[in-house]
Design a protein around this ligand. Structure first.
Ligand code: 13P
Length: 261
C-alpha cells in the first residue's frame, strides 16, 4: 500500500544493558549528535531499563530534549501483590511515552502468552502511552512457510476488539526471531513483504484509516549499514534496534539514516 506520510519512529531497545550512569552519558552524547533538523523529520524513542527511566526523564526535561522516553515491559494490573513488577500507571507517571510489549524475548524466556500481552496493551493504552507491539516468526516457521500465519495470528490476538482510533496510534514491530542479535537481517524486500501483509491485516481488522496511520517497524540486526535500504520500503515506518542502539555514534547514524549515502 501507499504513499508513506507517517512519521518515522526509530526506537532503541537497550534490553538489559546500560546502568543509569551509562544512560546519562549515552543520552548526553546522543543529544549532541542528533540535531533539531533531525527531529523535524523523525521520532526517536529510547526504551531503557526500569532503573534508567528516572535519570533519563530528568535529563530530557532539564535539557528539553525531544527523545521519547520508553520502557520495555510492564504489568497489566495497576497495583497490587505482584512482587518485582512495575505497572503501566507507574511508567506513565514518570513520563514514559512508549512501552515495548510482546517482545520475543519476553514471550520465549518469560513465557508471556498472547493473553497476557493483550492485557498489557490494554493497560498501556489506558495510561495514554503507545504500545510497540512485537510480532515475529522463528527460523523453523519461516522455513516451513508459516511466517504470515504466525505473525498475523499474533497480530489478530493483539488487536481483537480494539477501536480503529486506538489501533491507528499503535506501533507494530515485525521482528523475525532468527534475525534478532544474530547478525542475520531479513532482506529489505522480505521485511517489506511481511510488513505489507501486516498493514493489509490491520485494514481488515480496523479499517482504512487505522491501516494508513499505524506505524510499522522492522527489527532484527538493524545497523547503519542496512538502515537506508530498510527505510526505503514503502510500508516500513521505522526500526526497533537492539545491539546497534547501545553505542550513541552508531545509533545517531541510524537516526540520521536519510543522510547516509
Ligand atoms: P538486535 O538489533 O540486537 O538484533 O535486536 C533486535 C531487537 O530485538 C529489538 O527489539
Amino acid at each position: 500500500m501507499s504513499v508513506n506520510f507517517r512519521r518515522p519512529l526509530i526506537s532503541g531497545n537497550w534490553k538489559m544493558n546500560h546502568n543509569h550512569f551509562d544512560a546519562i552519558q549515552f543520552v548526553q552524547k546522543l543529544a549532541y549528535l542528533v540535531t533539531k533538523e533531525d527531529f523535524e523529520v523523525v521520532d526517536v524513542s529510547l526504551n531503557v531499563p526500569f532503573t534508567d527511566i528516572r535519570s533519563v526523564q530528568t535529563l530530557i526535561d532539564a535539557d528539553e530534549l525531544r527523545f521519547q522516553l520508553g520502557a520495555q515491559h510492564c504489568h497489566f494490573e495497576e497495583n497490587g501483590a505482584f512482587t518485582g513488577e512495575v505497572s503501566a500507571a507507574m511508567l506513565s507517571k514518570l513520563g514514559v511515552k512508549t512501552v515495548i510489549v510482546g517482545h520475543s524475548e519476553r514471550r520465549e524466556i518469560f513465557g508471556e502468552s498472547d493473553e497476557t500481552i493483550y492485557k498489557k496493551i490494554s493497560a498501556i493504552v489506558k495510561c495514554n502511552m503507545t504500545p510497540i507491539i512485537c510480532v515475529g516468526e522463528t527460523q523453523a516457521e519461516r522455513e516451513s512457510g508459516a511466517t504470515e500465519e504466525k505473525v498475523l495470528g499474533q497480530l489478530r490476538s493483539a488487536l481483537a476488539q480494539r477501536s480503529p482510533e486506538q489501533v491507528g496510534k499503535f506501533v507494530i514491530a515485525y521482528e523475525p526471531i532468527w534475525a534478532i542479535g544474530t547478525g542475520l537481517t531479513a532482506t529489505a524486500q522480505d521485511a517489506q513483504s511481511v510488513i505489507s501483509a501486516i498493514r493489509n491485516e490491520v485494514l481488515v481488522l480496523a479499517g482504512a484509516e487505522a491501516a494508513q496511520s499505524v506505524r510499522l517497524q522492522y527489527g532484527g540486526s538493524v545497523k547503519s549499514s542496512n538502515i537506508a535500504e530498510i527505510m526505503e520500503q514503502p510500508d516500513i515506518d521505522g526500526v526497533l534496534v537492539g545491539g546497534a542502539s547501545l553505542d550513541p555514534d552508531e545509533f545517531a547514524r541510524i537516526v540520521r539514516y536519510r543522510l547516509l549515502a
